[in-house]
Design a protein around this ligand. Sequence first.
Ligand code: CTP
Ligand code: CA
Length: 227
Amino acid sequence: AEPFPLPRDLEGRRVVVSAGGTAEPLDPVRTLGNRSSGRQGYALARVAAQRGAEVTLVAGTTADLDPPAAVELRRVQTTREMRDAVLDAAKAADVVVMAAAVSDFRPAALSVGKIKKGDEPPSIPLEFNPDILRELVTEDVPRRLVVGFAAETGDDHGSVLEYARAKLERKGCDLLVVNAVGVGKAFEVEDNEGWLLGADGTTQPLPMGSKAALAARVWDAVAERLR
Ligand code: CTP
Ligand code: CA
């Protein structure tokens, strides 16, 4: 149950949300993929629909989740399938949120037969997948808001926030949701912690909370920028 009535501030808006991981087939039984339950993307889609948006949810590999009510769900597996579905739905969209954990690489070749164990472990040549977010921000279409997600760790060369700010600039999106990744954080757990960075220079902390609460913060920031 919602503690407060939800605003209808996305009424008449079309939004696209990607969720889950992408998985690239290697042979008939194996894939190379990214680990993601899809829960954050599903929460974003559900909350957007509750706030009045017309929502397309493009879902890759996810946990066994209930499809959100009043949302068009398109299922995909590979990054290229996700790219086609997202770009197609994005044509008519006001906002695209890339919450999916997209596989950056794919095996250069798909083996028709199952790769045998053999005497030596095989080397698997990889090639780059398309960068969906980059395509969204460079595509020659009327301006729409693009929101990216990043799970970051800090190290000796920079903090989580410094890496995230650099990524926002590199990717060219309008908003970047940053999850600080550590043991037991962000992956396959119920809570997130991080920041919402704006291309306009804003940095908003996202306190520990549910994925629905984080989704509400993201849509608040989007609705403010759509006004
Ligand atoms: N993304 C995408 N297409 C890709 C890779 C990432 O659309 N091929 C999107 C993700 O959905 C996310 C954002 O880009 O919203 C940032 O993803 P991330 O993996 O953090 O960025 P990369 O540029 O791939 O950098 P790296 O993996 O090296 O940190
Ligand atoms: Ca990546």
